[in-house]
Ligand binder design. Structure first.
Ligand code: GRF
Length: 213
């Protein structure tokens, strides 16, 4: 982490009103579309690769930042990547970071710059089925229900204080794609509503330092 990234990020989080949101996305961007449809104050969309989410942002007339990830193997410099990402975020004076299907696990610098201000949505009832195969693993486990979780992100993947959860039934005929789509239909409603609550807590100065590293 660089000293300047910490100072700029924290200053932005504490002083800019109304709070501006950065959305981090790598995929189809359907959650991003739901956040935009809800009218949330999204100031920038950050991607780590070419993806539909980037076009969704462009079509909405939003600034985008591509913090490209060129290395997916063991040589990936996670801390260097995270510092570059924090640098990109610092150009947009955002006070809340919203992960919406971001494909890169981030290092500590982003938690230092935006402590307790990073949210994530995950397609399972955490702490069950963490990680990228959450939907497949729920099916493979023979569970009869799963769901989604909105939580404050921490350094551990798919961990941190839970803000909202909702159950989704698993049908005998479900495929991973069908089940994930039903979960995402819930996420598209639950995530914007939860983000609104967090924004009002921040703006009222009530957000507890309940996450972080
Ligand atoms: C969502 O299920 C989210 O929980 C997960 O990635 C998915 C993103 O979906 N982390 P989309 O790319 O926005 O359609």
């Amino acid at each position: 982490m660089t000293t300047s990234s910490k100072r700029v990020g924290a200053a932005a989080a504490d002083t800019v009103r109304p709070v501006r949101i950065a959305v981090l996305a790598s995929g189809t961007g359907s959650i991003l579309e739901a956040l935009l449809a809800d009218g949330l104050p999204v100031a920038v969309v950050v991607t780590d690769r070419a993806c539909r989410a980037e076009s969704v942002a462009r079509q909405a007339g939003l600034p985008t930042e591509l913090v490209a990830r060129s290395e997916f193997g063991r040589g990936f410099d996670r801390d260097g990547y995270t510092t570059a990402l924090v640098g990109a975020l610092s150009r947009h004076a955002v006070g809340l970071i919203v992960m919406a299907g971001y494909g890169t696990v981030l290092g500590g610098a982003i938690h230092d710059a935006y402590p307790g201000r990073i949210l994530n949505t995950h397609p399972s009832l955490l702490p069950a089925f963490k990680g990228w195969r959450a939907v497949e693993e729920a099916l493979e486990a023979g569970a009869n229900e799963t769901g989604c979780t909105v939580h404050v992100a921490s350094l551990e993947v798919d961990d941190g204080p839970v803000l909202a959860q909702e159950r989704v039934k698993i049908l005998p005929t479900d495929t991973p794609a069908a089940l994930h789509e039903r979960i995402k239909a819930v996420e598209r409603r639950l995530y914007p509503a939860t983000i609104r609550l967090v924004l009002s807590e921040i703006e009222a100065g009530r957000l507890a330092a309940r996450a972080g590293r």
